[in-house]
Write a protein that binds this ligand. Structure first.
Ligand code: AHM
Ligand code: MG
Length: 347
């Protein structure tokens, strides 16, 4: 060690003022209110955080728990093989909202139909839409996964149980966010007042404010896409990829979990793409549980999300499990991808 180097202080903790801003307090601060509505939204976010803590805890030792990993042998409503962790995480969200008085309905990627919580009605005016374990192909190999959530106000009574009011544009969301289970567990959320990140301190069991009002750079070096589908895309997408291959300043990053790939781009800039393919023209990602919540966040952070032809926030789903192509990230990078699509459309 040289004279100028300081010994590493292993006991140093973060500043005390950081300890104080928990998620529930932050929601109230953002709303500048202690009204019933504000308290409800604060309690709702706390419940989502509780789900995140349950899931993070199980993931941290899943490889040691009997029957935690692997497939169930079932297929979900969309024909995808279901993992045991998909079932567990979906159930966690149901459990934390039962008897909560906060939401009347839960709609999830893993459930055929919305799950009704009649004991919470009519006081619970919200619906929670969620992807409980995004990127589940990563889970058996100990790589990052996430949970994505979206909050909407229930409109009408939904007496026939078809949840038709959910078939509206993403602009109807009153909040959205995700929990990233990585080296640390991070919750990122917005209720229309910017995008804020909280890190789970496992010793306290609390999400603590880490960064407020996150703004995505207008341009970034990363393009994030599964290039294995290259020959399945329409030509303008291939043209865009050829462009980034031929120009300096671009680098590819793709982790196979939207939450992780999106998180990198939110902080460092760039663009994430999951375009339509020949087999699946609408792409893979689900509008209500994945694309729309991420679009809500990116708009709040100063970025953009589009299908290539329509802003994601304006897309109206035909059914609750509808999919949409997704191009999301920094304004300039999204515009570049769009320019290739629009050029072809003009021809
Ligand atoms: P999942 O929610 O069933 O895990 O599927 C969504 C995931 C996204 O997280 C990720 O961006 C994408 O599927 C990866 O798909 P692919 O393996 O086709 O690249
Ligand atoms: Mg997903």
């Amino acid at each position: 060690m040289t004279d100028t180097e300081q010994p590493l202080d292993l006991t140093r903790q973060y500043a005390l003022d950081r300890d104080c801003t928990t998620l529930s307090r932050h929601v109230l601060q953002q709303l500048h209110s202690f009204s019933g509505d504000a308290q409800d939204l604060s309690a709702l976010m706390s419940r989502i955080a509780l789900a995140g803590k349950f899931i993070a805890r199980r993931l941290s030792s899943a490889g040691l728990i009997e029957d935690a990993l692997g497939f169930t042998g079932q297929r979900n409503v969309q024909g995808e093989a279901v993992k045991k962790m998909d079932v567990y995480t979906n159930q966690v969200f149901i459990s934390v909202f039962e008897q909560s008085g906060l939401v009347c309905r839960l709609a999830s990627e893993e459930m055929d139909k919305p799950y009704y919580l009649p004991e919470n009605c009519p006081v619970g005016r919200y619906t929670l839409l969620y992807d409980p374990l995004d990127g589940s192909s990563n889970v058996d190999v100990n790589l990052n996964v996430g949970s994505i959530f979206s909050i909407r106000k229930q409109e009408g009574e939904d007496l026939d149980g078809t949840a038709q009011d959910l078939l509206q544009a993403g602009r109807k969301q009153v909040g959205a966010g995700y929990i990233l289970y990585g080296p640390s567990t991070i919750l990122v959320y917005s209720i229309g007042t910017g995008v804020h990140a909280f890190i789970l301190d496992p010793s306290l069991g609390e999400f603590i404010l880490a960064q407020e009002n996150i703004q995505i750079p207008d341009h970034g070096p990363v393009y994030s896409v599964n290039e294995g589908n290259f020959w399945q895309w329409e030509e303008p997408l291939r043209d865009y990829i050829r462009y980034v291959h031929r120009h300096e300043g671009y680098t590819a990053r793709y982790g196979g979990a939207l939450v992780g790939d999106f998180h990198r781009i939110l902080f460092q800039g760039g663009v994430f793409l999951y375009p339509g393919t020949i087999k699946q023209p609408e792409g893979k990602l689900r509008l209500l549980y994945e694309s729309a919540p991420m679009a809500y966040l990116i708009e709040q952070a100063g970025g953009r999300a589009t299908t290539g032809r329509l802003e994601i926030m304006d897309v109206i789903p035909e059914k609750i499990h509808a999919r949409s192509p997704l191009i999301i990230g920094s304004r300039d990078d999204v515009a570049l991808v769009e320019s290739f699509i629009q050029e072809r459309d003009r021809e």
